[in-house]
Design a protein around this ligand. Structure first.
Ligand code: FUL
Length: 514
């Protein structure tokens, strides 16, 4: 992940939301403009917290967050050269899958619970996986299907067949195009983007990387992000633009790990994109390098100094293998089902969306090792999360809205607003029989805002005393916490710090086995 200068992003966000900074609170005009709020210089800390608690996702951001699991498919000339970054000089003749099976890619992803697949339609090498009318560097000059093939078509068709969302990765950095580094490149890019946004049906996510290296003429490009964003809003208004874009934020590493405290509401004006660029391609976070890379992006301390706040949720991209593209030598280094499950906890379970990369191999299929892991992950997921151990418990909680059983009904759309007493809410659960568990799951209905700042879980021990077994800070869309195995008949969730009364959607206890 490489990011370019933040100013493009900022300008574009303003253009796309249709909002301008001013010293008045902007009225909510459309659902899709609710995700920004301006802080006035006269606002007290309490006013700021109140505003933060009421920033909500746009409809497209909400739909994206609900997906939880999305997939990347890195595929192209690099698959055949064994490189991670092509130089743009590769001959299209090397792109020659012997049995390309996009149906298999999407079928496997679908049965593993993934909701969207994003294809690298063009990576930094400029090779297009569709027969673009604007370049000769594409599948149309490859031997595959005698130059009549179109990988983008096959993947988007398979997505339609299996009811999956489809997303496109179009690299702004193009090491093949002679136009790169000139104003004409932005027109060329717009034309390519238009092809992808108009010829293949619905696109749910457009993924831009900020990498901006040199093109074949040694020049760098000034990307016209604003124009691209406007085009996407016009042609595919429901699509989110990630991560060099206004809707979805890069979490900051490619390790599969989000933050312990992950706020989706963050200051819009002091995120340091340059710091992100510095950390790009690194395994471990070399903190502290700047606000956007730090462990705290949205606490009270951070939002107090903001000029405006925005709903800008985190996406966690990571590959199932060490590389983004398929390399045979990495067949033995595919992440195990358990590792994928750990990643699920540290991404989706930390209020993010997981973007897991599965790179098709030279044959044009997902390799056996990757499929085995993916299936293993699904099995582990299903064994762990199918039954909420609290489902039949008697739930007691003072509420100001909703029904107490809403929090255990496996339905995100039904939430409750607890009555806060001395700043606290307590959900008490009495089970018929003792249950054994080691995972807590809590969800907020983020359409009402992200509000929980601190919570804990307690169990009643044999002597009738309450004992704390785990605690956390932020919840957001989903928070999962693991702790040593406990057996109890009575448990309680205590929400002890909030920005406003939270809308609690689901509370669950589960047993994760080794
Ligand atoms: C990066 C690219 O340079 C990698 O090759 C990969 O596509 C990753 C997801 O983004 O910045």
């Amino acid at each position: 992940m490489w990011l370019n200068s933040y100013s493009h992003f900022l300008k574009a966000t303003i253009a796309c939301t249709g909002l301008l900074f001013s010293s008045v609170v902007l009225p909510v005009v459309h659902a899709q403009e609710q995700n920004v709020v301006v802080i006035n210089p006269t606002d007290s800390p309490a006013d700021i917290v109140h505003k933060a608690a009421n920033v909500v996702p746009s409809e497209r951001q909400f739909n994206w967050q609900r997906q939880e699991l999305t997939a990347f498919l890195h595929y192209g000339v690099n698959t055949y050269t064994g490189r991670e970054w092509g130089d743009g000089k590769e001959s299209p003749a090397i792109f020659n899958p012997t049995d390309l099976d996009a149906d298999q890619w999407i079928r496997e992803l679908k049965s593993a619970g993934f909701k969207c697949a994003i294809l690298t339609c063009k990576h930094h090498d400029g090779f297009c996986l569709w027969p673009s009318a604007y370049t000769e560097h594409s599948v149309k000059h490859s031997p595959w299907k005698d130059g009549k093939g179109d990988v983008v078509r096959e993947v988007s068709d398979a997505c339609k067949k299996y009811g999956m969302d489809f997303g496109v990765y179009l690299s702004p950095w193009d090491r093949n195009s002679e136009l790169y580094g000139t104003e004409a490149y932005n027109d060329f890019f717009v034309k390519q983007l238009t092809e992808l946004l108009t010829l293949y049906g619905k696109v749910s996510e457009v993924w831009f990387d900020g990498a901006c290296g040199e093109g074949p003429n040694g020049k760098k490009q000034e990307y016209d992000f604003v124009r691209w964003y406007e085009l996407i809003r016009k042609l595919q208004p429901e699509a989110v633009i990630a991560v060099m874009g206004p809707d979805v934020r890069w979490v900051g590493t490619e390790t599969g790990r989000g933050r312990e405290m992950e706020w989706s509401v963050v200051p819009k004006d002091n995120l340091d994109q340059d710091a992100i660029a510095k950390n790009s391609q690194q395994e471990v976070l070399t903190a502290p390098v700047g606000d956007m890379m730090g462990q705290d992006l949205g606490s009270r301390k951070k939002i107090e100094k903001a000029k405006s706040l925005v709903w800008y949720p985190a996406e966690i991209d990571v590959s199932i293998r060490p590389g983004w593209f398929y390399h045979e030598a990495q067949d033995s280094k595919v992440k195990s089902p358990k590792e994928l499950m750990d990643i699920y906890f540290t991404s989706v379970g930390m209020n993010g969306v997981l973007l897991l990369n599965l790179p098709p191999n030279k044959e044009g299929k997902l390799a056996d090792a990757d499929v085995r892991s993916l299936r293993g992950f699904r099995q582990l997921y299903a064994t762990t999360f199918t039954d909420n151990l609290l489902a039949n418990a008697k739930v007691t909680c003072a509420l100001s809205e909703g029904k107490s059983r809403n929090v255990v009904d496996h339905n995100y759309d039904t939430s409750v607003l607890p009555k806060m007493k001395d700043g606290k809410a307590v959900f008490q659960f009495k089970l018929k029989n003792p249950a054994t568990f080691n995972v807590l799951s809590v969800q907020e209905d983020i359409r009402k805002g992200q509000r929980v700042e601190k919570f804990s879980l307690e169990v009643k021990d044999a002597k009738g005393n309450w004992k704390r077994v785990t605690e956390g800070t932020t919840v957001g869309h989903k928070r999962l916490l693991k702790f040593p195995v406990e057996t109890a008949k009575e448990v309680r969730l205590i929400i002890s710090e909030v920005r406003a009364v939270p809308a609690i959607s689901e509370i669950g206890l589960y047993r994760l086995r080794d």
